[in-house]
Design a protein around this ligand. Structure first.
Ligand SMILES: NC(=O)C1=CN([C@@H]2O[C@H](COP(=O)(O)OP(=O)(O)OC[C@H]3O[C@@H](n4cnc5c(N)ncnc54)[C@H](O)[C@@H]3O)[C@@H](O)[C@H]2O)C=CC1
Ligand SMILES: O=C(CO)COP(=O)(O)O
Length: 353
């Protein structure tokens, strides 16, 4: 690591902006970091003015995190390579569907000894019928190590300064300290574990379950049904990690990235909210995303699609009936009311005595 560690935040949406509050404050306060933090902002016009200019003048991301001041040492940069080129630590925090394109743009343009950390929840479809973890895509394209940070971290609540926990998954212990220093705050407590793949998979999969929780809310089936969906979702998450990421630890599910993130997203997240409206309004998920989220992006429906792509290819759809039903509801192959029939005879109910 450089004498003064340079940090770049790649992304400036709802979570990107909330984490910029913490990272910016830590970079300003801690001697190991360079004070100036660059933040790549996907440029757009807001009432005739560039978003980067608004952020640099008012220190507020008025579109994605209204009402919160960013530290003045966080500098919005509209050019991705310009923002990232001097960074020793690259924090990736963009909706997951954009990451392959970002990696292409950064290839050969960053410091060769930089490290990355991904806050992105989602997968990408891989050739051969499987899926890729976002951190693996970053490492493969940019040839740098990539840790992950996932947890029960609804961005607006983190920005408010309400207490929460998070999990950093980092296979190389030597980066654990600098990453914890960069993210830890009084209200944002970091636990570092080595089981990085499982941490990342938890973060991605819970967004699918949150859609199921939203359907249950929209159908007004009550809290017991929602608890069943959350429990079966957790069991499918554990089975998924068991099947596709063997060697991972069950204990990882008890970190913030596991059960805690599953709960918070199934009660307070965007995926839940839009999925509820999908049932009650009869509109499409794409239309509701535009109407309700003002440019923010849903991760659950595309993640359900990516997971289904792999399960279908491997003939495993029936082993994951909840994930499968949620994907089929999102894509109108099933009606929301069919959800319960799909999970009534879940493999979890078939345990022999
Ligand atoms: N918002 C939250 O509460 C949390 C989000 N996350 C995860 O963090 C990741 C990023 O989420 P958010 O920061 O909330 O993003 P967001 O949902 O607010 O998405 C908007 C961002 O996408 C950018 N964008 C839109 N179109 C684009 C394009 N064509 N190319 C590149 N960028 C484009 C926008 O400029 C904006 O920065 C996601 O994987 C999400 O699951 C994780 C924890 C909490
Ligand atoms: O990941 C999140 C909380 O940890 C945010 O979930 P949503 O994208 O559903 O809002």
């Amino acid at each position: 690591m450089a004498e003064k560690v340079n940090v770049c935040i790649v992304g400036s949406g709802n979570w990107g902006s909330a984490i910029a509050k913490i990272v910016g404050a830590n970079a300003a306060a801690l001697p190991e970091f360079e004070e100036r933090v660059t933040m790549f902002v996907y440029e757009e016009m807001i009432d005739g003015k560039k978003l980067t200019e608004i952020i640099n003048e008012t220190h507020e991301n008025v579109k994605y995190l209204k009402g919160h001041k960013l530290p003045t040492n966080v500098v919005a940069v509209p050019d991705l390579v310009e923002a990232a080129k001097n960074a020793d630590i690259l924090i990736f925090v963009v909706p997951h569907q954009f990451i392959p394109n970002f990696c292409k743009q950064l290839l050969g343009k960053i410091k060769p000894n930089a490290i990355a950390i991904s806050l992105i929840k989602g997968f990408d479809k891989a050739e051969g019928g499987g899926i890729d973890l976002i951190s693996h895509i970053i490492t493969r394209h940019l040839k740098i190590p990539c840790a992950v940070l996932m947890g029960a971290n609804l961005a607006n609540e983190v920005a408010e300064g309400n207490f929460c926990e998070t999990t950093i998954g980092c296979t190389d212990k030597k980066y654990g300290k600098v990453l914890r220093d960069l993210f830890q705050a009084n209200h944002f407590r970091v636990v570092v574990v080595e089981d990085a793949d499982a941490v990342e998979v938890c973060g991605a999969l819970k967004n699918i379950v949150a859609c199921g929780a939203g359907f249950v809310d929209g159908l007004k089936l009550g809290d017991n049904t929602k608890a069943a969906v959350i429990r079966l979702g957790l069991m499918e998450m554990i089975r998924f990690v068991d099947v596709f990421y063997p060697g991972s630890k069950l204990s990882t599910f008890f970190e913030s990235c596991g059960v805690a993130d599953l709960i918070t997203t199934c009660y307070g997240g965007r995926n839940r909210r839009v999925s509820e409206a999908f049932v009650t309004s009869g509109k499409t998920i794409e239309d509701l995303e535009k109407e309700m989220l003002n440019g923010q992006k849903l991760q659950g429906p595309p993640t359900a699609e990516e997971v289904n792509y792999m399960l279908k290819n491997k003939g495993l759809e029936d082993k994951f009936p909840l994930f499968t039903a949620i994907h089929k509801i999102c894509t109108n192959q099933l009606k929301p009311k069919d959800l319960i029939d799909c999970i009534r005879n879940h493999p979890e109910h078939m345990q022999t005595l």
